[in-house]
Design a protein around this ligand. Structure first.
Ligand SMILES: [Zn+2]
Length: 61
């Protein structure tokens, strides 16, 4: 009896929740580190967290 190939689980990643960063609007994929505070995660990185005041402004000179 052969087991099915692991490729069958290829779609697992896409089942993870995701949401856009409040600053750069890039999609943030759920991380295990965020499991306990996923609802509070608004920014994809510390850089975006510090740029939150410019969230409503487009990044134009
Ligand atoms: Zn961001």
């Amino acid at each position: 009896m052969k087991k099915p190939p692991k490729a069958a689980f290829k779609g697992n990643k896409q089942s993870l929740p995701s949401k856009p960063c409040a600053v750069c609007a890039r999609p943030m994929t759920w991380r295990k580190a965020w499991a306990k505070n996923w609802a509070d995660v608004l920014y994809c990185s510390d850089a975006c967290r510090q740029n939150k005041h410019s969230a409503t402004k487009p990044n134009t000179p």
